[in-house]
Design a protein around this ligand. Structure first.
Ligand SMILES: *[C@@H]1O[C@H](CO)[C@@H](O)[C@H](O)[C@H]1NC(C)=O
Length: 433
């Protein structure tokens, strides 16, 4: 694991930060909600710039490393970032949260308690994901293995979406996390305004059924269950945005294949409050040039933004995007211009009125955390040019809040824009059930 030779410095910095961070803005103390297909916080539009840091809970298991969480929240907050997406799962393995079905490690849970408490102190809202599609930190493969160990007959990892035992395991996890009483703040997770939203799964995919119907059934059941425990928080799926069978003409925007999700039908589910997209053109269109990749992202963002306004009538978050230094031809300036490009797209959509809430760059890391490197990492204190790009976007989104912030703008101008854009677009959608 990461070295701890900067332990003493860390402890001092943490002490200082907790003094500096006591006061958070009054607007923070409310749940993020949606209204007219926009995010709202305390009656004002909530537009944000944010980040992913998947590793938060894992790092916080060791009390001597917790300064790294505080430092990243501090640097993120200084760069104007107000939303962080991170994992509220770690299934099986030596540092698990859930060591076996229904059995939880209290030390790891207290690490998550700390992360949530610390985010709140820094005025940062969290999007917490509840399971992984992939094997990292266990994921659906671990759930399937648990069922197999218990003598349940399962054939593939995609049984996760349909097998009754596996669905019970997952629901139990949802319940355990949402009803957890934070040992630091004494607030139940389901009552904590620091949490902006729950995410059902990081990047659900299903090879057993590319149409999107199997995932649709699972999302419907799990969304209903999640809302039955916690109706205060927003809920999203965790999807990358791939189109499925319900609207065939949208498939032209996929990067040449489907993954078993259906952006339209899955996000139409009533209990899902907002839609998400991810974009990794370097992976999805590897081998194609920079220009083709940028053009893809442009079309990807625009088509989903259009769908969120015209069909879903729900907010949209660009929840993952980044550029890996492992790509051939990677350069810092290339990464900065890729981020600028995505940020302009997000800003322009948000400014045009409605649905686009913000973006979450993948991913922020702290200093001395090389074991969590994945090629996409950005250490704000060590990448001034990238930090500048991120900070500029935060400022632009904040300015938008202010320009939309007066009641006059929200009730008249924006609604008028939305209405005129929606007016003549009615279409029938198959819900994939
Ligand atoms: C819980 O997790 C901690 C930290 O990884 C570990 O040291 C401890 O042994 C675990 N406890 C159990 C009962 O597995």
């Amino acid at each position: 694991m990461a070295s701890s030779n900067n332990r003493i410095t860390c402890i001092c910095v943490v002490a200082l930060l907790s003094l500096l961070c006591q006061a958070t803005s009054p607007a923070f103390g409310a749940f993020v909600a949606t209204s007219n297909a926009q995010f709202v916080l305390n009656g004002s539009p909530f537009l944000f710039n944010g980040f992913n840091s998947y590793w938060m809970m894992d790092v916080a298991i060791d009390p001597n490393q917790r300064c790294k969480i505080s430092n990243v929240f501090h640097d993120a907050s200084s760069a104007g970032l107000t939303v962080c997406r991170t994992w509220a799962f770690s299934d099986g393995g030596s540092r698990a949260l859930q060591t076996s079905p229904g059995v939880y490690n209290e030390t790891t849970f207290q690490a998550l308690d700390f992360v949530i408490s610390e985010a709140g102190k820094h005025g940062i809202k969290l999007i917490l994901s509840l399971v992984n599609n992939y094997n990292d930190y266990g994921g659906k493969a671990q759930y399937v293995q648990w069922a197999r160990n218990a003598g349940v007959s399962v054939s593939s990892d995609d049984d996760f979406y349909t097998n009754p035992t596996l669905k019970e395991y997952y629901k139990n996890h949802v319940k355990r996390v949402l009803t957890r009483i934070n040992t630091v703040t004494k607030i139940a997770y389901k009552d904590d305004v620091t949490i902006m939203a729950w995410e059902l799964m990081n990047e659900p995919r299903c090879q057993a059924d590319y149409s999107g119907r199997t995932v649709n059934g699972w999302v419907q059941e799990m969304a209903t269950y999640t809302k039955s425990i916690d109706s205060q928080h927003l809920l999203e799926i965790g999807m990358e945005g791939f189109y499925g069978d319900s609207v065939p003409d949208r498939k032209q925007f996929n990067p040449g294949y489907q993954v078993g999700t259906d952006f339209i039908s899955n996000n139409l589910i009533k209990e899902i409050d907002f839609a998400t997209i991810h974009a990794y053109p370097d992976v999805w269109l590897s081998g194609q040039g920079e220009e083709a990749q940028l053009a893809f992202v442009e079309r990807w963002a625009t088509s989903h933004w259009t769908d969120s306004r015209m069909i879903l009538k729900k907010p949209l978050v660009f929840a993952e995007f980044g550029k890996s230094e492992k790509d051939p031809g990677f350069s810092l300036s290339g990464r900065d211009s890729f981020l600028s490009n995505v940020y302009s797209n997000i800003y322009n959509s948000a400014r045009s009125g409605g649905t686009m809430g913000g973006g979450l760059v993948w991913q922020l890391l702290g200093e001395g955390m090389n074991s969590y490197n994945d090629g996409y990492e950005i250490v704000l204190s060590q990448s001034p040019s990238t930090a500048g790009v991120i900070e500029a976007q935060s400022q632009k989104m904040t300015q938008l809040i202010h320009s939309f912030g007066s009641p006059h703008h929200v009730t008249t101008k924006n609604v008028a824009v939305l209405t005129s854009k929606h007016g003549h677009h009615h279409r029938k959608i198959k819900t994939g059930k």
